[in-house]
Design a protein around this ligand. Sequence first.
Ligand SMILES: [Zn+2]
Length: 239
Amino acid sequence: MPQFNAGESKVAKAPIHNLTGKAFDYTGLIYMGTDLAVMAEVPFHLNAGEEKQVAFPITMPSVQGTYPVHIGVFSGEQNIALYRAAEDVIIVLTMPPAPCVYCGGTFSTEAELITHMGTKHPGKPYLASIQLLQSSIVQGGYNAALVNVRVYIPDGSYYQFHLYIYNDACASAAYIIGNPAGFYEASMSILGYGVASGQGYFFIPAGTYPVYASCVRVVGYELQWLYRGVDTGLTIRVV
Ligand SMILES: [Zn+2]
């Protein structure tokens, strides 16, 4: 089965043949998943008897799994055809390694980062991989840009991993109890708004922001900060 990265942009091409003796305007739709989520919608025209390749620009789903693919063709309100593609599509998460949150070292593979952590910073929690699925976010509203992370947790404590772009106000967090210790994957969001004490809800000003990370271990009512304000090397634009 064909395999793609989560969030990857691709163009799917499907040959479509007008078997009738009349010209028609059509709308083609590509659906992925058992819930038939619409991934692309493309208008096109076919003359009587004409066949052409129709191109569908698709942004792959952000969740890993196996997706059946369907193609629908409509003319006006009328459903002309619904096909299931011969092969399902597999979506995988191949996330780039994060920099070392303790010393800023950068690595070309996650395995190198893991080796570094094991020798230089043993027994500490860290970001292993981080992947921002969009390069910009619309200011305000309840807009959110999805970020996939893989984190390492060294023990059975309760940890909070945060990402933020503007002061401390716009944090998104993954709350994980490391039971068992090991690697955990989570989806987090960068938000186009913030909530700050004394200021309430506010829009983040337009601009380009580094994505910062922090991690805290929560023991009872005590917050034990492991790292804070670490530059992940990623940036996002607020527009
Ligand atoms: Zn380091």
